[in-house]
Each structure stands twice: as C-alpha cells, then as structure tokens.
Design a protein. Structure first.
Length: 357
C-alpha cells in the first residue's frame, strides 16, 4: 500500500511503483521556506532553495509521468482510493507555490502565469475526478479507515490558487486585476468551507474511534497547515483591498476570518506536538524518513509565512518574534527531512546491485 496508508515503509529504498502520491510535498515545503527566507531577508538562502525547487519540481513531474506510464493501475488506483487519492493534491499546491516563488523572488510573471494556469487545470481535474470517484464507488471504507489529515491537502491546494491569484493580481493592471482578486476571494472562501466539512469528520474520527500510533501519520500536521495557508491568502486579499473596491467593502469580514483562521491554526500546534510526543516517546513509534514528513515540514514554514503577512496586513507589529521562531524551526525541520531523504536514497542505491545479483 502507499505510504499515506502506512507512514512507515516496510523496506528501505525507492520504488517507482510504490512512490507516494504525496511526494510533491517536497516542493511545497521547500517553496514555502524559500519564500519565508525572503521575508526574513535571507536573499541568498531564498534563491538557493528556489533553484533547488525548480529542479525538484521538474524531477518529480518526470517520475510521476513514468509511474503513470509504467504502472497505470497503481497510479490511478491510488488516485481513486480514499487514503491515497488526496495525496495527489500536493501536485496542485506545489505548482501554485512554485508560481508564487517565480513572481515574488524573480518578478517573472510569464512563468508565474503559466504555472498558475497549470495549477488550475490540475485542481479542476483532480478535484472532480477524486471526489466523484469517492462518491460513486460501490465499496467504501468506514470513516476510521478512510479519512486522515491528508484529506485537507484539497484545502491547501484550493488556497494555493487563492494565494497565487492574489499575488498575480497585485502585479498586473486592468482589465484582469479585478477578476483575479475575485477569483482569489472565491477560492479563499471555498477553501474555508471545505476545511469546515473535512475537519468535522477528522475531529470526529479523532474522538470516537480507536487511535493507534500508526494512525497518526505526518499529514495530520495539515490540520494546522491548511489554516496557515488560508491565513496567508486572507492577508494577501486584505493587502490587495486598495486595488479592488469590493474587497475594501469586505475588509471587516476579511480581517475577522483571517484572524479566525490564524487562531485556529495556532490552536492546533500544541495539540499536534502533544500527539507527536505520545506517538514517538510514550508509544515509542520509530522515527525515520518517510516522504509524508514533508507534509509536516510545510505547515511549519507556512505558519511563519502567514504570520509575517498577517502582521503586515493587520498592522499588529508584535508578531515578529513568533515569525522568526517558526522560520528557524521550519528550516531545521526541512534540513533534517532533506538529509533523511538523501540518506534513504543513498541506501537504496547502495543496495541496488545486491538486489540484482
């Protein structure tokens, strides 16, 4: 089964057939930490991670294409399975975040627009394919076997469109500025509604079904990450309000819900830390590299980025310390996960000749 179902692989190494549908989380995590580094005025680090992310994105696109070509039953089977299908939304979010990097770090609107369009196409295809299949399929898992925090990647993907649309709207003139802001607003609202639907089911699964350490996969950090990217999108809409009269008229609503999203995401952080301690220290669940850990790195970086933008949009000027702290935490987590990935790949290459002898 895919890594989303079981967060610990049975054997070390890399297999194209078993490749996690959520591996674009690597691009999501690298991209948001690059953007956060730019906000913290670490320009060299931001650009270094940006160029690394371009390579990672291109490589993953090739690997996903090869997996679909060589193992179509596995590729599309994962897409139509409750526990693995939502992992494909990482491709949408990764594309949206890379578009944001091109616009913010290099002021490259051509690449930003192209990736923005591609992200919309992916979002449309995956949203209506995955959720239609989940609705009409005959054999369905029970709630405790069919849902986890990875489902909230659909929210992250939607909000990534809101973020990239708002950034694009701030950088172009009429006649499309108003339309882009309206699209960003619509995506922001839909992402919030989707979070409410899904989070109610996930919280119900938390509280009323047996919960083992193996069930607490890293994507549960998306509980917080989905609210963090919603905060970022809301903050950008607030900053764009002078460009669009209808946004200005909605400012009290935008500000209220943006703080609501941020407060909800903040509430999740101690809860997830306590559950992590229960999983790895009390229950002694082994901690080793898994591609799903990028789903835990991304929310940390996104929380730093969204808090920085919230501080500006709301003119608080007292969240700087929190922003800096989470940036360093996220950067440390990214470094550890990246080192773990390189070590895992090196072990796979080292064992390859022995496996064919």
């Amino acid at each position: 089964m895919s890594a989303i179902k079981n967060s610990q692989p049975e054997q070390p190494g890399f297999s194209l057939a078993d490749m996690s549908p959520a591996y674009f989380g690597l691009v999501m995590a690298t991209g948001i930490i690059s953007l956060a580094a730019f906000m913290m005025q670490y320009g060299t680090l931001a650009l270094g991670l940006f160029y690394l992310n371009i390579g990672q994105y291109g490589l993953l696109c090739v690997l996903y294409f090869l997996r679909a070509w060589r193992y179509p039953s596995r590729f599309f089977g994962d897409m139509l399975t409750h526990l693995t299908g939502p992992g494909y939304f990482t491709a949408v979010a990764a594309t949206g975040i890379l578009a944001s990097q091109f616009m913010v770090l290099r002021d490259n609107l051509f690449a930003g627009k192209a990736l923005w369009v591609f992200a919309i196409v992916l979002w449309l295809g995956l949203t209506y394919t995955i959720f239609t299949a989940f609705t009409v399929k005959r054999d369905k898992p029970t709630l405790d076997k069919g849902i986890n925090g990875g489902w909230l990647l659909a929210v992250v993907a939607t909000q990534s469109l809101a973020v990239s649309s708002a950034l694009l709207a701030a950088r172009i003139g009429q006649p499309y500025r108003l339309e882009l802001n309206f699209f960003a607003l619509s995506a922001w609202l839909w992402g919030g509604m989707l979070y409410i639907w899904m989070m109610a089911l996930i919280f119900y699964r938390y509280a009323f079904f047996h919960f083992s350490p193996g069930d607490l996969a890293p994507p549960y950090w998306i509980n917080m990450g989905a609210m963090a990217i919603s905060t970022l999108a809301g903050s950008l809409l607030i900053l764009n309000a002078p460009q669009a009269p209808y946004l200005a008229s909605l400012l009290p609503f935008l500000k209220g819900f943006t703080v609501f999203y941020w407060a909800t995401g903040t509430w999740w952080i101690p809860m997830l830390l306590l559950l992590g301690i229960w999983r790895h220290i009390y229950k002694r669940f082994p901690l080793r590299y898994d591609p799903l850990y990028w789903g835990a790195v991304f929310p940390l970086g996104m929380y730093a980025a969204c808090t920085w933008h919230l501080d500006r949009a709301m003119e608080f000027d007292f969240l700087t310390g929190l922003t800096q702290a989470f940036f360093y935490i996220a950067l440390t987590a990214w470094t550890v996960a990246f080192a773990g990935m390189l070590y895992s790949l090196a072990r796979a290459l080292w064992r390859m000749p022995a496996s064919h002898s």
